[in-house]
Design a protein around this ligand. Structure first.
Ligand SMILES: [Zn+2]
Ligand SMILES: [Zn+2]
Length: 152
């Protein structure tokens, strides 16, 4: 048994509180937006409440929150976006500006049921929609136009 060190215990306790507070702040930020932000945006928001927080800490806590199933990570190529809404819903991702929106489309249970006819037990599925948002469609950025022509 380690001898009880009240000073060490207090430090550990304070550390635990600090971690809890940081994690809660990150979760609050993600649950208060529908923007599906990236880690840098989350970091900027959390820093307004906890000025000495580091980007590394934010990344670590996002990972823990993902492992705990409290946030959802959406991976689009090399981009990672975070969603504080863990209810089942579909996303629409803009190939022009990278915006990610929730879709007002009902969850399609029948898709899972159809796949179960193959003998699988389906516990979840993912369905992503890609395209160009209204803003990107209105913009005459040649890159976006080229990309659009290519996908035709
Ligand atoms: Zn867009
Ligand atoms: Zn979402």
């Amino acid at each position: 048994m380690q001898p009880c060190d009240p000073e060490l215990e207090q430090t550990l306790h304070a550390d635990g509180l600090r971690i809890t507070r940081q994690r809660q702040a990150i979760l609050d930020v993600l649950q208060s937006t529908v923007a599906h932000p990236d880690a840098a945006w989350v970091y900027d928001q959390v820093r307004q409440q906890i000025p000495n927080v580091s980007l590394g800490t934010v990344y670590r806590n996002l990972q823990v929150l993902e492992d705990q199933g409290l946030v959802r990570v959406l991976r689009y190529g090399r981009f990672r976006r975070y969603d504080g809404n863990i209810s089942r819903h579909y996303h629409l991702a803009c190939l022009g500006c990278g915006a990610v929106c929730d879709l007002g489309l009902d969850w399609q249970d029948r898709l899972g049921q159809q796949v179960e006819q193959e003998g699988y037990e389906v516990t979840d599925h993912r369905l992503e929609f890609y395209g160009y948002c209204l803003q990107c469609r209105a913009c005459d950025d040649p890159l976006a136009v080229t990309a659009r022509a290519d996908s035709d």
